[in-house]
Design a protein around this ligand. Structure first.
Ligand code: CA
Length: 234
């Protein structure tokens, strides 16, 4: 057994790929790489990596197709790399099953932080701990799923049933970017995917209830034009 995380790097731009590979290896990760979508699918099947960094603009098949092909059988953490101005494909990739994104140009520090968060999430999913537990804490918040209660510094926060479901869904996917579309479908049901104003109102209410300063949130972050992310670690 090798406990060093294995990262699949998919990028057709050779200098960028070399730069990312070198940094990841310097951080102690094992790296395999591909410059195409088909190559990525083959490597994912043969090596079963822990995490994938996927450039969406590939020469053969679209990055979204790669995610579709993987999500049938793999729950590996997928970080997509997208160019500025490609908001639509970014959201589509997240809706298809990507977990996180980073926009070019990015710093290696930024990418490393996302990789660490993704690997942490994978190890939590694989263990008995983390947010799969019936009772878990994030910062000053305590979640008690059996009693359907959320406490802040020991005091119960009064949530409507829908606010509760929304908060639990976010907290159970901490560190992952959840799109407007995904949240609306999960909480309001199919057909409400475009009602982003519902979501804005509920998020504002939730923040007032859980955040000490709703204008400077420490739990629920806005991903502009994409969705929301619950803090991955405090
Ligand atoms: Ca590219």
């Amino acid at each position: 057994m090798n406990n060093v995380p294995l990262i699949l790097l998919v990028e057709d731009d050779e200098p960028i790929r070399r730069f990312i590979r070198t940094s990841l290896k310097n951080s102690g990760y094992r790296v395999i790489e591909s410059n195409s979508g088909e190559g990525a699918l083959a490597l994912a099947a043969s090596h079963v990596p822990d995490l994938m960094i996927l450039d969406l603009g590939l020469p053969d098949i679209d990055g979204v197709k790669v995610i579709e092909g993987l999500r049938d059988w793999s729950s590996m953490h997928i970080i997509i790399v997208s160019a500025r101005g490609k908001e639509k494909s970014k959201v589509e990739a997240l809706d298809t099953g990507a977990d996180d994104y980073i926009t070019k140009p990015f710093s290696m520090d930024e990418l490393s932080a996302r990789v660490r968060a993704g690997l942490r999430r994978m190890s939590q999913l694989g263990s008995a701990g983390g947010s799969k537990c019936k009772i878990f804490n994030v910062g000053e918040l305590s979640f008690d799923l059996d009693r359907r209660r959320v406490l802040k510094k020991g005091a119960e926060i009064h949530l409507t049933p829908r606010e509760y479901r929304l908060l639990i869904l976010m907290a159970q996917n901490s560190g992952k970017v959840l799109t407007h579309r995904f949240l609306l479908r999960e909480i309001w049901g199919p057909g409400s995917e475009n009602e982003t104003q519902y979501l804005r109102v509920f998020m504002a209410n939730l923040r007032r209830k859980i955040e000490s300063d709703p204008a400077q949130p420490m739990y629920i972050f806005t991903e502009i034009g994409v969705g929301y992310r619950f803090v991955d670690e405090l």
